[in-house]
Write a new protein. Structure first.
Length: 535
């Protein structure tokens, strides 16, 4: 067989299809196969197949933690595919870029690439490849809170996996779907999905990996099935020597879940020993985020024992660890993106991506990540200067009824239009503040809940101005979107006193006032009694 014959190309393509989804647990073996296939493709002068082999190598590097090198390869392959209008390779590179940006925490960019990865696949793509693209899109939708759309993509991917007999694909989809149901706040569906995953594995004689065991145990724990959860985790604990070397992060997750289960069962000494083991693994493998959560669980354990001083001390360690982790992750993201995007134009693109990471993909408003980064600084400034600062939590009334009656697409359009009105209203809200109010902003916290931050405006004035905003929202012509259903909002306002206040206390006070507004009949604004109300 000639290396440059069509048969050779087809054989190479088939082998790449088999390993590109990284089904094998042995990453070293997958990498070696990809390197060999790249050499064979080079000998056959098949540039597109060379680049597909490079995609596999990039994915392995990403799984190993070599994020910058992974991103550089993906960026180069994506650029070549775009320049040569190679739709199939472009689709594959977009899927891998979705995973890359998800790993960086840039969820809007991950969603953008996942959507392109699905759109560019045509009917000639192998069914398993299409399923993995759908699963990647579902993961991205989950991370941006689009749970109904994620369910649909997971269901499509699972149907393909069942049709082609790909057990690993089905297990991956079911594991991620169970996690999504957990995130969506439906513990019963999460458990049912995780149990279905376990049943599929058992039917085909496949052992669940540590991450899947942890998913199943967490769904059981959430419904107080503590004995079942502890039993679920036993295979991972029994294989500690192997997993500590090959799946350290998955094993550490299992230990953390087990410690929480043991605490909830009252087995506090066993929980303490399990946490100690988890922290040892985290230290050895530099698992900073899991270590941070383990410190938080240790604080919960001390509180359960009634050792509140120790619990507070552990919580302070947890809080300090969290600040270090978040700061390190932000710095790492910047370094990685700078390494990936080396030209001036690409650096501008990377800045654009970082800005997108602070935006809600549906409405374009800032997201909770931006709030957590910006609001503490504004609070410190208010405390230093003695200037007031008001926040408003805004909730669309009976929004579920709009989704259920008019469709989720109509609901999305309502959210986008409301966000436009909110953005337009900021200038009016802060108009008389002029240059003294440059830091006012609106954010979507999730679902139908929004936040307005109004520096330099006291509580009385904030309520008066927000009443005008509320009236304008009610008066807007919503009929083309919602028919006879009105669109109104309830607003809870809280204002920082001169002595200053924490972000959590301020938002808690605004949420309390929002609760009062909703129970007063909705479509109203409730604030503190005065601008100096303690929060």
């Amino acid at each position: 067989m000639s290396e440059s014959s069509p048969a050779a190309f087809g054989q190479l393509a088939t082998q790449l299809d088999a390993i590109e989804v990284l089904g094998p647990q042995d990453l070293d073996a997958a990498f070696e196969v990809a390197v060999r296939l790249e050499e064979e493709a080079r000998a056959a002068s098949a540039v597109d197949l060379q680049l597909r082999a490079r995609l596999v190598q990039a994915a392995v590097r990403g799984r190993r933690g070599e994020t910058a090198e992974c991103g550089r390869i993906l960026h180069d392959v994506n650029r070549w595919a775009a320049e040569h209008d190679h739709q199939y390779l472009l689709a594959r590179s977009h899927r891998h870029l979705a995973a890359f940006f998800r790993q960086l925490g840039d969820l809007p960019a991950a969603l953008e690439h996942a959507v392109r990865g699905v759109e560019l696949l045509d009917e000639t793509a192998p069914a398993p490849i299409r399923a993995y693209h759908l699963a990647t899109l579902a993961d991205a939708l989950t991370n941006t809170g689009s749970f109904d759309r994620a369910r649909q993509r997971y269901a499509d991917a699972e149907r393909i996996g069942e049709a082609v007999g790909d057990v690993q694909l089905r297990l991956l989809v079911l594991n991620n779907l169970a996690y999504m149901e957990h995130e969506a706040g439906d513990p019963y569906r999460a458990l049912a999905t995780a149990e279905r995953m376990a049943a599929v594995a058992a039917a085909y004689g496949v052992a669940l990996d540590s991450f899947s065991l942890d998913t199943l145990a967490r769904t059981q724990m959430r419904l107080s099935r503590y004995a079942d959860a502890e039993q679920t985790l036993q295979p991972a604990i029994s294989a500690r020597d192997v997993l500590a070397a090959t799946e350290a992060d998955g094993y550490a997750e299992c230990l953390l879940t087990l410690a929480e289960v043991q605490r909830l069962r009252g087995a506090t000494e066993r929980a303490r020993a399990t946490l100690d083991e988890c922290l040892r693994i985290c230290e050895r493998s530099d698992l900073r985020r899991i270590r941070m959560r383990a410190w938080g669980e240790r604080a919960e354990l001390y509180a359960a024992l009634g050792c509140f001083e120790d619990a507070y001390a552990q919580y302070k360690v947890f809080h300090a660890e969290a600040m270090v982790v978040y700061s390190a992750e932000r710095d790492a993201r910047v370094r990685i993106l700078q390494a990936v995007f080396e030209t001036d134009e690409a650096r501008r693109t990377s800045r654009h991506y970082r800005d997108l990471a602070l935006r809600d993909p549906l409405t374009g408003l800032y997201n909770r990540r931006f709030v957590d980064g910006q609001l503490p600084a504004l609070l410190r400034e208010a405390a230093d200067t003695g200037a007031p600062l008001s926040v408003a939590l805004i909730d669309l009334d009976h929004f579920k009824r709009i989704n259920d009656t008019c469709s989720h697409d109509a609901g999305d359009q309502v959210l986008r239009k409301f966000s436009e009105l909110l953005t337009a209203g900021i200038d009016e809200l802060c108009g008389c503040g002029g240059p003294d109010s440059p830091d006012a902003f609106a954010a979507r916290l999730g679902g139908e809940e929004f936040l307005l931050v109004l520096p330099g405006i006291d509580g009385t004035e904030a309520v008066a101005r927000l009443e005008k905003l509320r009236d304008s929202i009610r008066a807007h012509s919503w009929r083309p979107l919602t028919g006879d259903l009105p669109v109104t909002v309830s607003i809870g306002v809280a204002t920082v006193p001169v002595t200053g206040a924490s972000q959590s206390a301020l938002l808690r006070r605004a949420d309390h006032n929002l609760y009062i507004a909703k129970h007063a009949g909705r479509d109203c604004t409730v604030g503190d009694h005065s601008g100096s109300t303690e929060v």
